[in-house]
Write a protein that binds this ligand. Sequence first.
Ligand code: ZN
Length: 132
Amino acid sequence: MNRLLDERDIPTIARAVVDEIKERGAAMQALDQRAKERDVEFVALRRTLWERLEQTQQQAEVIRQRDVRIAALERLVNELRCGDLVPFQDDDLPPERADAFRAHLATCTTCQAGLQDLVQLDARLSTLARPR
Ligand SMILES: [Zn+2]
């Protein structure tokens, strides 16, 4: 059963509607404010992330440069070891250096070929008749 709206209730209803609108407006403002705070947090977080990423890249670059220098030094040391081929074959190296050369020989194809040549040369020389 529908009851017609009593005109005396209109101011009360209007006040309730206005209150409701005010409440919703305040709630929306609070949400806006929270969203702005989140935006600020997000921007700060993104900046921190970029800074960390940059630091990581710089560290990786430093490590890469060190690796390059170490590799160059290792190559140099390895090349210097090649110089021990002849004294090694002649048994003129101190034991520690001879061991180091043996380790080098296992990885250096130049010295492996050189040692083979020296062995063959020695064999050939030993078959030659001594000059009178
Ligand atoms: Zn070598």
